[in-house]
Design a protein around this ligand. Sequence first.
Ligand SMILES: [Zn+2]
Length: 393
Amino acid sequence: MSGRVGKVSPDERLKVWVRAGGRCAFCNVYLLESELTRRPVLLGEVAHNVAASDAGPRGDARLSAKLRNSADNLLLLCGLHHPDSDKRAQLDLLTVDQLQALKSDQERRVRQATESVGRKRTGLLRMQGHIRGATVDVGLEAATEAVLRSSNRFPELPLSFDRQGVEIDLRHVAGETSADDTYYKAATARIDEVVNQLLRPAVESGAVSHLSIFAIARFPLLIYLGSRVDDALTVDVFQRHRATESWVWPEPAADDPTFAVRRDPPLDDANDHPATEAVLIINASGTIHRSELPVSTYELPAYVIEVEQGVPHTDTVRSRTTRDSIEYAIRTMLGQLEQDDKSIRTLHVFAAAPVSVGVTLGRSVGWGIHPRLVVYDRLDDGTYRPALEVTTP
Ligand SMILES: [Zn+2]
């Protein structure tokens, strides 16, 4: 058998181009665009390692026509290096093994490089509960849209058994409207169950390294959820925006509100020994005045996290910039506690804030040595009741 044997099929040709990333295996020049005109032209040549014909360069009569013309025997080369590599005078250097090694190395590097430039993945974590008897859906479609449109990541459902259901479903936990201890005990148990049985193994196995959180529930449960999510995870917390009725984070704008923290002295300064408890007020979507709080808090100092411009309303936290400035204020406060208020071991939390702030607060205090939080629910008559304690797990 001699002469040209067979042809390279379009399928094998395509494999060669794609595996090579459109570049010459020798010089790495890009072969899909003219340097002269910048037009998209195919400059690459599909070159044989073992020649197509028995008598060709590196020819081997033992190799079948099919194998000679398969992508595994072919290299993508530029117009200079294709004829160069076939010159008889240097075949002692450019051996079959040598070209095979060159090709394998190129294909491995292309594959690795293209993996890291792909859209990064994120796991969706949806927590769905009632708020004062009302259901606001965290739909899978809405969450997926929010990730695709505002996070440049590819959403996955590594925590869903059926790849459809809500991951933490609190809607079946009885007693939400009265929200007594029994309710909070059952709801936090449900959160723990999912975190321990699904999230933790997924993080440990490397299946999840980034999490997008969509949560609707009473505020204390949002804080609790945040405190249970592994600190090693990078987390993006979403919220439903009243103005757009969407979970998509709007693009940051120059005039996005920012938050700061300040420390106020006790209203009723009867004690002169250092306080072991303090109040934390977060006024992010409305304003809570200290005079509305239980009288027992009057003798405590208060940390107040407040918007630096204007009066807070339902859409004050309108971009990630604002959300992150609240997180920064929370961390600043924790730093101040560690520095100047070391005796304080309990924070009484009163918040008028969107869901993203609840989860974020939980994230901030869940890890490390921080005070325990006593989180309050606002009752229908406008008074507050301690609802849930959140401590480091
Ligand atoms: Zn080349």
